[in-house]
Design a protein around this ligand. Structure first.
Ligand code: ATP
Ligand code: MG
Length: 393
């Protein structure tokens, strides 16, 4: 029985001194992910590899599921640990492993032995060939293919032998915590959770900000965003979520500005507030789920006007994606069913019938002059009354 996993991770970009930082970040994220799972887990780095030992009341599927959410993991190999004091013991255990794991398969295989324990007693010079022969003799449906085998049987000989042949794909990417942090503008839609997931995949820690407009938006709409943050947190780890009451700002803009410019002006205030929290959270950028041309506020002209208020980089990982491509990722990460729940968003409540699609910055800025009297105070109140919570996976 498996009681251990070998964690495979990508090696590109993690040579030299960065490698240790990368591995430590990965070990930390694995521990965080397994904290939420029943059982006792011991995650360790050994000779340039990462292993997870499982004991207590642990469940294979839950453990694998948690590991498949950890960015930086390329593959998860369930390892069987067994005795190997003599060659005969090793052979017996390898045959037993093959019977359990591949007994019913018709396939090709190859044995790859790594002898870390140089004292291991061998009958011949070539343990790979000896084990291969034993397998051939015991499993008539298996044949050898040394170039492109269906089953690559890895046997590592130390004080004990470690056998594996299956690799469950991980999510790839880089471990969260290895690449700074960014503030995600998280709405209740399909796009922004995907955008957050994509940036977290590159090792970035995520904080988030959500703008709501009670009583125009409901408690359930807010809960939906918390639920989406929890889904992203399954990959990114805990997310600090700021919930900003945007009602008074929206009403004031509605009163003072041309209605066809409402969305753009509103989005500019969202970005200003997002940047405030980004600085407070020591983030290095802002993330949005925008994609060119998806809606009026995401034309190139609109994006330019929104972007003009930001001094920090704004990351828009979905910028070149079609909606159907975004939906595919949303489904893959388990956010879609929650995203499509039909609750109102503050952006859609005060939306104009004919919003500008080619806004010009100078006109937008001129319209914002109508807000000078009260907007600073309203922004301050919105920031001061923001509710902040930590959303855990
Ligand atoms: P989504 O599916 O992410 O809601 P969308 O297609 O509805 O996006 P917009 O409403 O124009 O597009 O929003 C564009 C981006 O602005 C969102 O992806 C998100 O990053 C941010 N955003 C929009 N509304 C909010 C909100 N209420 N709170 C926080 N961020 C928001
Ligand atoms: Mg939206």
């Amino acid at each position: 029985m498996t009681n251990m996993f070998l964690i495979k991770y990508g090696e590109i970009g993690i040579k030299g001194r960065n490698r240790g930082v990368f591995e430590d970040a990965l070990v930390k994220q694995i521990r965080i992910a397994l904290d939420a799972v029943d059982g006792e887990f011991f995650t360790r780095k050994e000779r340039g590899r990462i292993y997870v030992n499982c004991s207590g009341d642990w469940n294979y599927d839950e453990t694998v599921n948690a590991l498949t959410h950890v960015f930086g993991i390329v593959g998860i190999a369930p390892v069987v640990e067994c005795d190997c004091d003599t060659y005969e013991t090793l052979e017996k255990n390898v045959l037993e492993y093959m019977k359990n794991e591949h007994g019913n398969e018709t396939a090709t295989f190859k044995v790859k032995v790594r002898r870390v324990n140089k004292d291991f007693p061998r009958p011949s010079m070539d343990t790979d060939a000896d084990l291969g022969e034993a397998i051939l003799n015991n499993f008539p449906n298996l044949t050898v293919d040394v170039h492109n085998p269906d089953i690559l049987l890895d046997v590592e000989i130390r004080d004990k032998a470690y056998i594996y042949s299956k690799i469950i794909p991980g999510p790839g990417g880089m471990p969260v915590g290895s690449n700074g942090s960014a503030e995600l503008c998280l709405s209740g839609g399909i796009d922004s959770p995907v955008a957050g997931w994509m940036i977290a995949k590159r090792g970035v820690t995520i904080d988030a900000v959500y703008f709501h407009a009670p009583p125009y938006t409901s408690e359930r709409a807010k809960q939906k965003v918390v639920d989406l943050a929890r889904i992203v947190a399954k990959y990114s780890g805990p997310i600090r979520l700021h919930i900003v009451n945007f009602t008074d700002i929206q009403l004031y803009i509605y009163d003072q500005c041309p209605h066809e410019e409402l969305t753009i002006i509103m989005r500019r205030y969202m970005m200003r507030i997002a940047e405030h929290f980004a600085k407070e959270d020591k983030c290095l950028g802002i993330i949005t789920g925008e994609s060119i041309g998806q809606v009026a506020s995401q034309t190139m002209q609109s994006l330019m006007c929104t972007n003009a208020v930001c001094t920090m980089p704004v990351y828009r990982p979905l910028i070149g994606f079609d909606k159907s491509e975004i939906v595919d990722i949303s489904k893959k990460i388990g956010a879609y069913e929650t995203s499509i729940l039909p609750f109102e968003d503050c952006c859609t409540i005060f939306v104009a019938k004919h919003p500008v699609t080619k806004p010009e910055l100078q006109f937008i800025e001129r319209s914002e002059h109508h807000l000078v009297e009260k907007i600073d105070e309203l922004m301050k109140t919105a920031i001061d009354t923001t509710e902040t919570m930590v959303v855990r996976p």
